[in-house]
Write a protein that binds this ligand. Structure first.
Ligand code: GLN
Length: 202
């Protein structure tokens, strides 16, 4: 499996480690590539969009032409896991003109909503598809304040959706990559339909 971590900004190495752990838990050989320029996404089977700063990430994706490649990846039914700022970037409405949303996930988000209450916290979260609560780390996290009909809510915190799925896109307001627990990465990439694999360039 060829996993690509969008690496224009944000917590990239943590996602790379997490997808390697998740793949090895499923006995899958995984090559991880960090992506800063166009031309790499088409060779990836799965993509990860890390946390960081959504205004910066979305601008760099557009500047580099990676945005269209991510849209194409999802159109082909290939999986994406987007966390925190990544969730904001894949959403349809960030209520902030500085974020150029990819419009891949029919949710609207309120940036830094949890952050206004408390900068950072960890909470045990019940997530559909996982047997035990997940240690969810929230850092200036967005709140999802509206979800479309095609979106499934996988987890809520304080009556807000904080983990959602639409087709092959899974997104979380928290940071599953910041713990050693790779179950959320497994849920995004290994639970569901078989991976659509790509002919990899040499
Ligand atoms: N507050 C950040 C943003 O709006 C997201 C924070 C994060 O990814 N931890 O982009």
């Amino acid at each position: 499996m060829h996993a690509g971590v969008i690496a224009v900004q944000g917590d990239v190495s943590e996602h790379a480690d997490a997808i390697e752990r998740a793949a090895s838990a499923h006995g899958v050989d995984c090559t991880v590539t960090t992506i800063r320029t166009a031309g790499v996404v088409p060779n990836c089977d799965v993509l990860l969009l890390p946390g960081g700063e959504s205004t910066t990430i979305s601008r760099l994706l557009a500047d580099e032409g990676i945005d269209a490649e991510i849209r194409d990846h999802v159109e082909r039914g290939k999986p994406v896991l987007a966390t925190c700022a990544g969730l904001i970037v894949v959403s349809c409405d960030a209520k902030d003109d500085r974020v150029r949303t990819l419009d891949l996930l029919d949710v609207s988000v309120d940036r830094n909503a949890f952050g206004r209450q408390k900068d950072s916290f960890e909470a045990p979260l019940d997530i559909t598809g996982l047997d035990e609560p997940f240690p969810a780390v929230f850092i200036r996290a967005p709140a999802i304040d509206a979800v479309g009909d095609d979106v499934t809510v996988l987890a809520e915190w304080d009556d807000n959706p904080v983990a959602v799925r639409q087709g092959s896109v899974v997104a979380t307001a928290f940071h599953p990559e910041l713990t050693l627990d790779s179950r959320l990465h497994e849920l995004a990439f290994f639970a569901g339909q078989p991976l659509v694999t790509t002919e990899h360039a040499q």
